[in-house]
Ligand binder design. Structure first.
Ligand code: ADP
Ligand code: MG
Length: 679
């Protein structure tokens, strides 16, 4: 039987059923075979009738006492059958299924599974599933994701049947050498045993195989895409490496070893003649800006332009000041493409970019707008990339002749995951913070502490130290969000912090106004800055020492970590205070993680564990094929193996030209049919 055969051709699938299955995305025999169980019935937990638990699903073995009886109430028919074992008896009740009356053979044991409920004062098991005990016992029974009208029994029958018909006919796509090396069982065995495992051991082998295969196909596809990106494209070759170490001396600190290593990795890419596509991951405060600036300097000294793109105007402005300060006296012209430029100013800046007079170009999305034409663009840097879509990155790199691309992110994720989510990029990690960083004290409190916290803020303001207060974002409604920030600020200005300089900043303000506020906060002219998450990324004001976050339970851990990273940047002791109104266990656990850890990698991993990969990454945000069986978090160990296996296969056979890889080639092409794979 052909795997691509439509399900309608199977004997026990008619029009009706086929329609339902189609609705679930099942069209072919293969789709049916890969409709994996959602869970398994654990029949080792069979109980006696006297131990049935009210309002829960129970699995028990019993016999039926005589024929059942049928009762009619209005237009409903109830069929009651008395079940018994050596410990007692209970009624099972089915609705509108008169045939249940005669469904059981006397003195024969059946396995029942159903919910025990109390109805009209009587205990009954409602519509239990059942199966003859001699067949059902000692089996691990699959439970399938289903839709209305398709019972588990039907599923088991349909899938059992299709397995029987295709027995031994599934093509093995993983080559023998790979299965041997990674201890991967054969495909037919895996499919059979994922549905109807005879033993636990078989189940584990089967699942391991299928998860491995799924991850392998994903990773192999990404690697093949990356090869396509690189092949045939000549990268701009940079020289004068000596200027790198010269420039490093201009910072008031020495680079950490981690920073130096990452600079070396980038340097290597850019002298080799390939087009760099590199992701730099580093925790908040690990010094990514200095790395970016050094590489930008080198590129400019080679006679090229560099563009740096950031997610917010506030951050663009801050970077602009820093770059000007470092570059101006070195004869480098830095320009800012900001939303607050007048038409005339903008025209002038665009002119400078087009003529090549401007060497270093900073901005938000404005940088990738159509009207921006570069003269000699060689490097594009995007900072805090988690806010940028992949497509935006692409648009920017189209602006030069294959410019190098450097992506910097402060949402560190485990390397295995980065390899999947940024599969088209090489990865560098700054895994060390500059020395002498002070630990930020993190405290999670209930709202009842608010007054005391304001007092704490005042005390610090009296010493000339500043505070950030973050109000929660209200996602559905930007207007309401602005309202809530405004009224919060007003209340502080009129009451608790009357004698202090309290100002608010929010996303709906004109960028010029935002910048002015940030500037005066930076100059120390504001004591308390109330904000939404506008200041989440990148902002650097060393004199700010308190970060107060309202409704902390509404933020992701990685985001809280980012916000916390805004303090602890100077010589004074810093604090992060989380006001938690969340009462559930997970909210508390998450606050706990924040108090205990200051390592961004650990935090994002915990976040991933607590929220699950779906929520952590945003659904389908990365355009990856859907996973049918693997779980990016729980199966990370298998993911790792699949990744090294995929790399190994391409080392042996770069474009999958060997006959032993033919089946894999077909599979991976089918999965990634809309992508450019270098095969
Ligand atoms: P991030 O990686 O979060 O973007 P930044 O680049 O903003 O971090 O750097 C955070 C702070 O650390 C800045 O004030 C920067 O000047 C300082 N810094 C960067 N590198 C070092 C270093 N090697 N030693 C000491 N301070 C450093
Ligand atoms: Mg930064």
């Amino acid at each position: 039987m052909d795997l691509s055969c439509p399900i309608l051709e199977l004997p026990n699938i008619g029009q009706q059923r086929a329609k339902k299955l189609n609705g679930m995305g099942i069209f072919t025999v293969e789709d049916l075979l890969t409709h994996f169980p959602r869970e398994y019935d654990d029949r080792s937990h069979v109980c006696k009738i006297k131990d049935l638990v009210l309002n829960e699903e129970n699995t028990f073995i019993a016999c039926a006492k005589g024929e059942g009886e049928t009762i009619r109430i209005k237009n409903m028919t109830f069929t009651r059958v008395k079940l018994y074992d050596e410990t007692g008896s209970v009624f099972a009740v089915w609705y509108n299924q008169i045939y249940m009356k005669k469904a059981f053979i006397e003195k024969t044991e059946y396995l029942f599974k159903g919910k025990l409920q109390k109805k009209y004062g009587k205990l009954e098991v409602s519509s239990p599933e059942y199966e003859k005990a001699d067949i059902a016992m000692n089996k691990i029974v699959p439970i399938y994701p289903s839709v209305n009208g398709l019972s588990q029994k039907i599923w088991r029958k349909m899938i059992g049947d299709v397995i029987y018909r295709t027995k031994g006919q599934l093509k093995e796509c993983l080559p023998h050498w790979l299965r041997k090396q990674y201890l991967i069982c054969e495909r037919n065995f895996a499919i059979e045993n994922i549905h109807f495992p005879e033993t636990q051991q078989n189940f584990f082998l089967a699942r391991r195989r299928l998860v491995f295969e799924e991850f392998f196909l994903l990773q192999l596809g990404l690697l093949l895409m990356k090869q396509t990106l690189q092949q045939g494209k000549k990268g701009i070759i940079l020289q004068k490496q000596y200027v790198i170490s010269e420039f490093e001396k201009k910072f008031p600190f020495t680079m950490t070893n981690a920073q130096k290593n990452v600079i070396l990795e980038i340097e290597k890419d850019m002298i080799e003649g390939k087009v760099m596509n590199r992701l730099v991951q580093g925790d908040v405060g690990s010094g990514k800006t200095a790395v970016a600036m050094t590489i930008a300097y080198w590129t400019i000294q080679n006679g090229y332009q560099v563009a740096l793109m950031v997610p917010t105007e506030v951050l663009a402005e801050q970077h602009y000041q820093y770059f000007c300060e470092m570059f101006e006296h070195l004869g480098i012209k830095t320009v800012l493409l900001s939303g607050s430029l007048t038409a005339k100013q903008k025209k002038e800046v665009l002119q400078q970019i087009a003529s090549g007079e401007a060497n270093m170009i900073l901005g938000t999305h404005a940088v990738i707008q159509k009207d921006v034409v570069f003269s000699k663009l060689a490097l594009v840097i995007t900072d805090e990339q988690h806010r940028f879509g992949v497509r935006q990155r692409g648009a920017l790199s189209e602006k030069g002749e294959n410019p190098h691309v450097l992506v910097m992110t402060a949402t560190p994720i485990p390397r295995t995951l980065a390899l999947i989510l940024y599969g088209d990029l090489d990865i560098s990690i700054i895994d060390e913070l500059p020395p002498n960083r002070k630990k930020i004290d993190t405290i999670a409190v209930t709202p009842s502490y608010r007054e005391r916290i304001y007092h704490f803020i005042k005390k610090h303001a009296d010493m000339g130290l500043q505070t950030y207060i973050i109000c929660p974002m209200i996602e559905e409604n930007e207007k309401m969000e602005v309202q809530s920030v405004l009224s919060y600020t007003e209340s502080l200005q009129q009451n608790q912090l009357k004698e202090y300089r309290v100002v608010c900043v929010h996303g709906k303000m004109k960028s010029k106004q935002k910048q002015e506020i940030m500037q005066s906060f930076s100059n120390g002219e504001i004591d308390v800055l109330v904000s939404t998450t506008v200041i989440e990324v990148g902002i650097n004001v060393p004199n700010a020492v308190i970060m107060l976050i309202e409704n902390a339970e509404r933020f992701g851990l990685a985001q809280l970590h980012q916000l916390r990273g805004r303090v602890g940047r100077g010589s004074e002791k810093s604090y992060c205070i989380l006001i938690n109104e969340g009462k559930n266990k997970i909210a508390k656990q998450r606050m706990n993680v924040m108090q205990k850890s200051s390592d961004g990698f650990v935090i994002s991993e915990m976040d991933l564990q607590l929220r699950g990969p779906g929520e952590f990454f945003g659904t389908k945000q990365h355009g990856l094929p859907e996973l049918k069986i693997g779980n990016l978090y729980k199966d990370m160990a298998i993911l790792k193996e699949a990744q090294s296996a995929a790399e190994e296969m391409l080392q042996k056979d770069r474009h999958l030209e060997l006959a032993i890889h033919e089946d894999m080639k077909q599979k991976v092409t089918a999965l990634w049919q809309n992508e450019q794979l270098s095969i």
